[in-house]
Design a protein around this ligand. Sequence first.
Ligand SMILES: [Ca+2]
Length: 496
Amino acid sequence: MILSRMTAILLLLPLSGCRAAPRPAATPPTPPNIVIILADDLGIGDLGCYNPDAATSTPNLDRIAGAGAQFTDAHAPSAVCSPTRYGILTGRYCWRGSLKSGVLWTDDPLLVEPGRPTIASELRKLGYRTAFVGKWHLGLGSEKPTDWRGAIDAGPHTVGFDESVGIPSSLDIPPYCWFRDGIGDPPPSGTIEGSGHRRQNGGGFWRAGPIAEGFEHDAVLSRSIDESIRIIEGHAVERPDRPLFLELCLSAPHTPWLPDAAWRGSSGAGHYGDFVNQIDFEMGRLIDALDGCGLGTDTLLVFTSDNGSHWPVADVRRWGHASNLAWRGQKADIHEAGHRVPFLVRWPGIVDPGTVRDETICLTDLYATSLATAMPGTTARRPVGTPGGEDSVNLRPLLVSGDARNLAGREGIVHHSLDGMFAVRVGDWKLVEGLGSGGFTAPRRVEPEHDGPSVQLYDLARDPGETTDLAKTHPEEVARLQAILDRLRDDPRSVR
Ligand SMILES: [Ca+2]
């Protein structure tokens, strides 16, 4: 693998313009680079590789899928932003900590507890250079509100990232500014009026609040890619013998929907679809840079989304575009469209091109999988000797050889909605611990009828659209799944 990576670097130099430092002849094997890309509110049906009838066009994402693996049953641990991001970074369900529902807001402090292991902190111990780019939305600082007058005392730079450049939270939540390595770059110094435009009128939507001088909402997506390319190309030049971990969190296609002019009108799904098309273009730029520097041949690359698309049934009907395929609901909901997400893996020479996998996985699994990837030969469910990652399963054996034994030992995965509604998935069965959507789709909460069930039960194999609630007719399955959910929720270390 070293030879192939070196050869690729040499062969591709004229194309990329990168000038990699010469590698010593007797360098020991280096673990692969790891790049995790997290889109924001991108639906599984927005990608052509999942949805041949999509009104969007995603040739570059389809190219990633074609070169590696495409998972059909991957789930965000939550149906909204902050908790999913916590789950990816720590391998732990967010609701085990202080945030029991909703997302972080404006100046909330860092959500990751002091001293908690993260992918970045653990990979750094294993010799990786670690970098974060893009939407953070895990809080900054240790006090509320965040103190922007000097160095920010907690953020990506305190949870294991050597380098970080990003925006505090969603692009419609103030403050609007960039930070770089724990410093506002520049910090917010003025205020901006709220934008009354919403969704499909093309003007974008954001809330009033502090903003930094020169901050441009519509430049955040492309700048995030530029910063990532700078890190990738810099890494190839400066120290190609040290593996790179890059977490790139896009701010799109979350609102405000602000596609560049070149993409307006390019899709059949309005400004949202145009924004998706631009994301695909930006992914093409990133992949070309990665491959152009010769790093792509030795990189585990994952592309996924933090929750389902904010695309209700009315939008499906209006545009004829199934952003969440036929899954029930939308972003924030406990039903499938809230948390079933695209999940693509490209790992040249390791994952066979054109692989399709239907195992049920959770984005918390990226923690153990990344650590195991940094320790070649590690097949345990959790890498031995690494702390944390309570809710994380090592998928590396599945990726390398199709070995799904680690997943077979997991009783179920837990879903969580915007308002804190729980569900558990066990095989084809899904128990929702409440009535209603728990999220954006009305009704959010429904009171049980007298002597009626207070939960929902679905058989996803026979009823993938969650149309027929079987709680009343299958009390034995309700009891079995409720017991599993209780165990998973109450004692994470005894049942995983
Ligand atoms: Ca999101």
